[in-house]
Design a protein around this ligand. Structure first.
Ligand SMILES: [Zn+2]
Length: 250
């Protein structure tokens, strides 16, 4: 099943890079998802159907030369009269967290991260050097994403799923009522996150996907950290890293 045919997909909207922000969906959640930065990290702005509060998930790399996602984020926020009440980071790789400090400075919103990724965030200078962008500013982390401690954004409640493997503190954010999962770099359409960077663990990421994501309903729409949207059912059936076709990940 493609994400586009998923019932949740009909309730939500995707924003292509550079496109005009789309109007609000009449369903229970408003969402704008668009690629930001050099590595095209999927940034999402999520708000309930009513009310100004929104969360920004993974604001991008913070490199203002490459068309910083922060400008797009602020444009969506302004046009829809939203208020950023949290900046949630699925994991501390620079392409996801680099812009967090600047977005926090501009919105006043707290930055939330799973504490085990603090060590990855501390290596921001090395990460910037790896991908060849200027070092963005960094910020103290204001709050912890922890399983069992839901994140309230207006009338929305996100469950935090701890899914280590891509990084030690990788998390997914789930809106159970909407069957909507923000998967970070744990699960992609047809793939899973790389585990060859510091803190990565190939056995752990497969365990995380099986125990935390494949236990969700097949209809759950998955918004990965990069690339196309998918669904839990589609990945269960066709993802070669989960079906055993990649022997090392069985
Ligand atoms: Zn990553």
């Amino acid at each position: 099943m493609s994400g586009a045919r998923d019932s949740t997909a009909e309730k939500t909207r995707t924003l292509a890079s550079g496109a005009a922000p789309l109007a609000s969906s009449p369903a229970g959640v408003r969402r704008w998802t668009f690629p930001v930065g050099l590595l095209a990290c999927n940034c999402s702005i999520v708000a309930a159907a009513h009310g100004p509060e929104c969360v920004v998930i993974d604001p991008g790399d913070g490199d203002q030369r490459s068309g910083d996602g922060v400008e797009t984020i602020l444009r969506v926020v302004r046009e829809h009269q939203l208020r950023v009440v949290a900046i949630a980071i699925t994991h501390a790789h620079i392409d996801h967290i680099g812009a967090a400090a600047r977005l926090k400075r501009l919105t006043g919103a707290p930055v939330l991260l799973q504490p085990r990724d603090q060590v990855i965030y501390a290596a921001l200078p090395e990460q910037a050097a790896w991908i060849g962008i200027p070092l963005p500013s960094s910020t103290p982390i204001d709050g912890a994403l922890r399983e069992g401690e839901p994140v309230k954004i207006g009338s929305l409640q996100f469950d935090v799923l701890e899914t280590p493997g891509h990084t030690p503190g990788s998390t997914c954010l789930l809106l159970p009522g909407e069957n909507l999962l923000f998967a970070g770099d744990t699960l992609f359409a047809g793939s899973i996150g790389r585990t060859d960077l510091p803190g990565g663990d190939p056995a752990q990421i497969v365990r995380s996907v099986h125990s935390k994501i494949l236990t969700l309903p097949d209809s759950t729409l998955v918004v990965p950290g990069h690339g196309d949207e998918t669904s839990v059912g589609r990945e269960r059936e066709t993802n070669p890293f989960l079906t055993g076709r990649h022997a090392q990940f069985r």
